[in-house]
Design a protein around this ligand. Structure first.
Ligand code: NAD
Ligand code: SER
Length: 311
């Protein structure tokens, strides 16, 4: 593998993706980049550059001068934060993508990973076992930006042969790096509060089912998709990825098996409407068929892993 850059490496996914890629490939070849002044501690063992994805010329120069072959573009505003600042969310989530797609179109970059989300679906989408191809009328600025991004990825692949790959991640659950402003963040916070105070107030109602996934599975899926032979990939918008579907009440019950005194209360806020517009569960049979995807962590295994590793 040639030189790789992860833009947005300081975030929830980027930190763990950088760690995983550095374990798998030559450490010096995996460059972490973020708008933050410094890399998170966990990834200070390899190259880091401060880079603003919105500075198109700086990004172009760095990638061309350093002969970067693969780009993971993770910098974005997530669903809840994006609703508070829709203009900037649209700018950040779209402009960076064009900068990287254009570099690939011009032949400077060979391969791109750009994540999509379950947010591309909307209230008119079938909510259970949502298929790969279905009605998609997202009602959030985040979902609209992800859906537009998917369309552009497929367009650049069809028109210019750009090798861009994507996954519609479910909500991701991790303990190494905190989540960055999404509607699914409660499913991380619940573990920290369960360990710290034994109590948690959830911003979603108890019966709000959403697709979720433990971070190790998401990272494995990402690397597996990027390593898959191009001729096996039928989807150049973004692959559905199912994960585990659960409600706040169900994850609380799973935690209670380990911490019987744990208590949860519910105070839904503006994020309830976002969650209500997203699927309950996802059909990922295309990922299973095209790049042999198989889920590793069920709810019990994920709960155990989270509770054992949060201190
Ligand atoms: P995050 O908010 O934790 O991390 C994003 C990172 O991007 C941050 O470190 C931030 O500093 C950086 N960043 C912001 N603006 C930047 C800029 N102008 N230039 C360079 N870096 C900048 O987000 P995440 O959860 O790691 O998500 C990464 C990607 O995956 C996003 O595109 C997100 O939409 C997508 N995704 C995440 C989830 C999830 O549950 N975490 C689910 C679906 C999709
Ligand atoms: N976890 C993300 C969010 O809630 C979904 O893309 O915004």
């Amino acid at each position: 593998m040639g030189k790789t850059i992860i833009i947005g490496a300081g975030g929830q996914i980027g930190t763990e993706l950088t760690l995983a890629l550095r374990n798998q490939y030559t450490k010096d070849q995996i460059i972490a980049a973020d708008i933050k002044d410094n890399a998170p501690e966990l990834i200070q063992d390899g190259p880091y550059i401060q880079l603003d994805i919105l500075n198109r010329e700086a990004v172009r120069s760095y990638i061309i001068d350093n002969q970067i072959e693969t780009v993971y573009l993770l910098a974005a505003l997530l669903s809840a934060t994006a609703e508070k600042n829709p203009d900037f969310a649209w700018k950040l989530n779209m402009e960076g993508l064009f900068t990287i797609l254009d570099l690939a179109k011009e032949g400077h970059v060979k391969k791109i990973f750009w994540p999509s989300s379950i947010a591309v679906f909307g209230p008119t989408t079938p909510a259970d076992n949502t298929p790969q191809h279905t009605v998609m009328e997202p009602s959030t600025v985040y979902g609209i930006s992800k859906q537009a991004g998917e369309r552009w990825c497929e367009y650049y692949y069809n028109k210019f042969g750009v090798d861009v790959r994507s996954i519609r991640y479910p909500g991701l659950i991790s303990y190494k790096s905190p989540p960055g402003g999404g509607t699914t963040d409660y499913a991380v916070d619940i573990f920290y509060k369960a360990k710290a105070t034994g109590k948690f107030t959830c911003f979603l109602s108890k019966d709000t089912a959403l697709p979720m996934m433990f971070m190790d599975d998401a990272i494995r899926a990402t690397i597996q998709l990027m390593d898959a032979p191009a001729d096996r990939l039928r989807i150049r918008s973004a692959y559905n990825l199912g994960g585990i579907s659960f409600t706040p009440e169900e994850i609380a019950s799973s935690i209670k098996k380990h911490l019987p005194a744990f208590e949860i209360t519910y105070e839904p806020d503006f994020r309830q409407a976002i969650a209500d517009s997203w699927p309950n569960s996802i059909d990922d049979s295309y990922a299973q068929q095209d790049w042999d995807w198989k889920l590793g962590f069920d709810m019990e295994r994920m709960t155990r892993e989270m509770l054992e590793n949060i201190h």
